[in-house]
Ligand binder design. Structure first.
Ligand code: S3P
Length: 425
């Protein structure tokens, strides 16, 4: 339950949890490296723990995860056939990226997920993997994979999806010949960067990335930066609560992920970026954001969409307070996330008093409107739950979020982080 602390400002410095996409990739790539890899402050939310459990079932030793150590190690091993189904939980990244690795290894496995993941589309990876010669049953989870030799392909992906691209690049590591993936807009490029840092031959040419087969990957010691997708919730809160100012420490500022900062600029916000550095090919910095003096409406479309796809639920909350019409389009992918996010966030905000229209591929939101606290369900979707929590900060009266446990899949310290910058606990 949240009792709206109206007009209370948030101030201070925040190191939000580490990046989810990077932790998944560090676990998976660490497990096929030449030697022991170290992952410093990994995100140990439920999604990444699903990845670690799948790897453990395949015989990979992930040290320090059971006791939630701030530093874990991955001891690569020849993968063995798992004796149990590989449970990917709620995590699309686990299922889609693991499929690429499994399809190219001589072992049989079954990947399963929870009810939400079992509804999500898998043809986007299964079809191209089959073109590479993979033997997979199932167009949605459970996926039965009989791994073996694959051929490299040149694949034109119909969606700008890092999960599709990464799946195929990982499969391409053991294929005969090169594998390349072209996408309609650039999706997050973490896999390419990490693979290149490990010595793989990865070539980018515009929207196409090509990988050569490579079974010798250098080990790494990787300090995972903070997740901009998690920071986005406090960033929007800073925009909404006058007098706020937060410095986000150790933040991943990979340009394929910083679309939220572009939108905050459209709205009229200013941020300072300091101490730009590199961690295993990923740009990292401190970013300070203050409440803008006025909130202008914004437009999200085209190439911007994959650069902020996970931030749209909370940006929709921001739009309810902008002066004018904000438009989000070209984002039909939102309909196949952990929930149909156009529906869940659109309906929820409308019930809180927002004026908006649902489009097949987005939302049109009229602002500013006052929001009213209500009882609202996260529908089991972490980012929707957290977006409603941010809406609650400016709503009148109490907001009760049901199924708030979902938040743990990506941001276990969400409430304590907000408390540390001033939200009454
Ligand atoms: C992810 C990619 C995105 C994102 C998801 C994580 C990844 O999905 O929404 O939360 O780690 O590769 P798509 O690539 O399918 O859009």
């Amino acid at each position: 339950m949240i009792t709206a602390p109206r007009y209370r400002s948030l101030r201070g410095s925040l190191r939000v949890p580490s990046d989810k996409s990077l932790t998944h990739r560090a676990l998976m790539l660490g497990s096929i490296a030449n030697d022991r890899c170290v992952i410093r402050h990994p995100l140990l939310g439920e999604d990444c723990v699903s990845t670690a459990s799948c790897l453990a079932a395949l015989g990979v030793h992930v040290g320090g995860i059971a006791t939630r150590e701030p530093e874990i190690s991955v001891l690569p091993a020849e993968w063995k056939a798992p004796e149990v189904d590989l449970d990917c939980g709620n995590s699309g990244t686990t299922m889609r990226l693991m499929s690429g690795l499994l399809a190219s290894r001589p072992i049989n496995s079954v990947l399963v997920g929870d009810a939400s993941l079992s509804r999500r589309p898998m043809r986007r990876i299964v079809d191209p993997l089959r073109l590479m010669g993979a033997n997979i049953d199932g167009d949605t989870a459970p996926l039965t994979i009989r791994g073996g030799r694959l051929d490299g392909i040149h694949y034109q992906s119909p969606v700008a999806s890092a999960q599709v691209k990464s799946c195929l690049l990982l499969a391409g590591l053991r294929a005969s010949g090169e594998t390349s993936v072209s996408e309609p807009a650039l999706s997050r490029d973490h896999s390419e960067r990490m693979l290149a840092a490990m010595g793989a031959k990865v070539i980018r040419d515009g929207l196409t990335v090509t990988i050569a087969p490579q079974q010798n990957l250098d080990s790494f010691d990787f300090s995972v930066p903070a997740d901009i997708s998690s920071a986005a919730f406090a960033m929007v809160a800073v925009c909404l609560l006058p007098g706020s100012e937060i410095t986000f420490q150790d933040l991943s500022v990979n340009p394929t992920r910083t679309g939220v900062l572009d939108v905050i600029q459209q709205v009229g916000g200013r941020f300072d970026r300091e101490n730009l550095r590199d961690s295993l090919g990923e740009p990292v910095a401190e970013v300070t954001l203050k409440t803008p003096t006025a909130l202008a409406p914004f437009m999200i479309e085209g190439d911007l969409v994959p650069r902020l796809i996970d931030e749209i639920p909370v940006l929709a909350v921001l739009a309810t307070q902008c002066h004018g019409t904000s438009v989000i389009r070209d984002a039909a992918e939102l309909r196949v996330k952990e929930t149909d996010r156009i529906q869940t966030i659109g309906e929820g905000l409308r019930r809180m008093g927002a004026k908006l229209e649902l489009l097949p591929d987005g939302l049109v939101i009229e602002g500013p409107t006052s929001l009213t606290g209500i009882t609202i369900d996260s529908a089991g979707d972490h980012r929707v739950g957290m977006a409603f929590a941010v809406a609650a900060l400016i709503a009148s009266g109490e907001t009760r979020i049901e199924n708030e446990h979902a938040i743990h899949s990506s941001y276990p310290s969400f409430w304590s982080d907000l408390a540390s910058v001033g939200l009454p606990a």
